[in-house]
Design a binder for this molecule. Structure first.
Ligand SMILES: CC(C)(COP(=O)(O)OP(=O)(O)OC[C@H]1O[C@@H](n2cnc3c(N)ncnc32)[C@H](O)[C@@H]1OP(=O)(O)O)[C@@H](O)C(=O)NCCC(=O)NCCS
Length: 124
């Protein structure tokens, strides 16, 4: 093992798939319940907003599934999915008690469907 390398145990995985058409006319109450202000700003900045709202929704569901396997529950609006400068999704849990987990998330969308896959690990 090289210096600085750490072993991680996989604690949970989750996958989710949603129809993008469900995300075309989102009501303010739904937006508030599911997304953070930064996420809404990100999605609103895109030409096809519904793809990004849908991708984030699938991402959050996949994170919830992965944490359920890890014995932890987390609400949608406490999961924030933002992006690196190259566009890769980065997940932050806006609650105490999650710092020792690492969360890997991948999102994809076609014109009709968005999918996401999440892996949660914990340092051994
Ligand atoms: C990174 C890349 C593979 C994303 O492909 P894409 O078809 O736009 O991605 P999808 O439409 O399936 O999914 C979009 C999601 O991918 C994720 N994503 C974007 N860039 C990413 C990256 N660099 N790494 C990981 N995930 C990324 C985001 O979550 C995005 O959704 P969001 O903006 O709502 O968060 C692509 O932009 C890329 O750079 N490819 C490199 C190869 C290339 O340049 N080919 C062109 C010549 S053929």
């Amino acid at each position: 093992m090289s210096e600085g390398m750490r072993f991680h145990d996989i604690k949970g995985i989750g996958v989710d798939c949603v129809d993008i058409s469900r995300f075309e006319d989102l009501k303010p109450h739904f937006l508030r319940k599911v997304y953070t202000k930064k996420e809404i700003r990100y999605c609103r900045s895109k030409p096809v907003q519904a793809q990004h709202f849908a991708g984030r929704f699938a991402g959050k569901e996949s994170v919830i599934k992965a944490f359920d396997r890890a014995g932890k529950s987390v609400a949608m609006d406490k999961i924030e999915i933002l992006n690196t400068t190259s566009g890769a999704p980065v997940v932050k849990i806006l609650r105490d008690g999650f710092d020792h987990f690492r969360i890997f998330l991948s999102i994809s969308h076609s014109r009709e469907v968005a999918v996401a896959f999440c892996i949660v690990t914990c340092e051994r």
